[in-house]
Design a binder for this molecule. Structure first.
Ligand code: GRF
Length: 193
């Protein structure tokens, strides 16, 4: 089963997924993680390389338009016949060219439907709420609005700083995302589409 992970930057979730799934067996099937990025300078490329995995780079600055980028991205994704596509820190808004053709899950650092869009983690931290969290949802045409698959709360404690809260959010992401993906892969094996 191929798991395509789309990322744009640091890639800590990508690396975590590589550790959990690459060349590992889930539901009696060998998994491969295929990293794809729009950013040729993304540190995640090095993270994947350290595990012997080459990332596919589709530089959005070298495509003529958003539509051209999404069309190429769809071709790349489909060519690998993925069982699952995961957006983990992928900083491009995808048009229906992508969302109508590719079923994907997205990782978001807030308790959706609160704090959709960019800087969600910071906005959640400064909101005055006592909890933030992490959400994994299906991708649809609206940003951070698809059906929620799973989410966890992360406490915002009085002594937390944005740095400590960020660390707690990432730790929660690193727990939740592999758990959700494992469940989805098991479901897919049990009930192939
Ligand atoms: C994560 O916080 C994710 O929720 C958000 O972007 C961040 C990516 O982190 N969409 P990393 O690149 O996986 O370290």
């Amino acid at each position: 089963m191929n798991i395509i992970v789309l990322f744009s930057g640091n890639g800590s979730n990508l690396e975590n997924l590589i550790c959990h799934f690459h060349n590992k067996t889930v539901a009696k099937t060998l998994c491969k993680v295929i990293p794809v990025t729009n950013n040729p300078k993304a540190p995640g490329i090095q993270r994947a390389a350290a595990h012997g995995i080459e990332s596919i780079v589709l530089d959005h600055k070298k495509t003529d338009s958003k539509e051209a980028f999404d069309t190429k991205l769809v071709k790349i994704v489909q060519s690998h016949e993925p069982s699952l596509v995961v957006l983990a820190g992928f900083m491009r808004i995808l048009s229906p060219i992508f969302t109508d053709r590719i079923k994907a899950v997205n990782l978001h650092p807030s308790l959706l439907p609160l704090f959709k869009g960019t800087h969600a983690l910071e906005r959640s931290f400064t909101s005055g709420m006592k909890v933030g969290g992490v959400t994994i949802h299906w991708v649809n045409q609206e940003v951070d609005s698809g059906t929620i698959i799973d989410q966890v709360c992360v406490n915002i404690d009085p002594h937390d700083t944005i740095e400590s809260f960020t660390q707690k959010i990432h730790a929660a992401e690193h727990q939740l995302l592999p758990k959700v993906i494992r469940n989805l892969l098991h479901q897919m094996q049990a009930n192939p589409a």
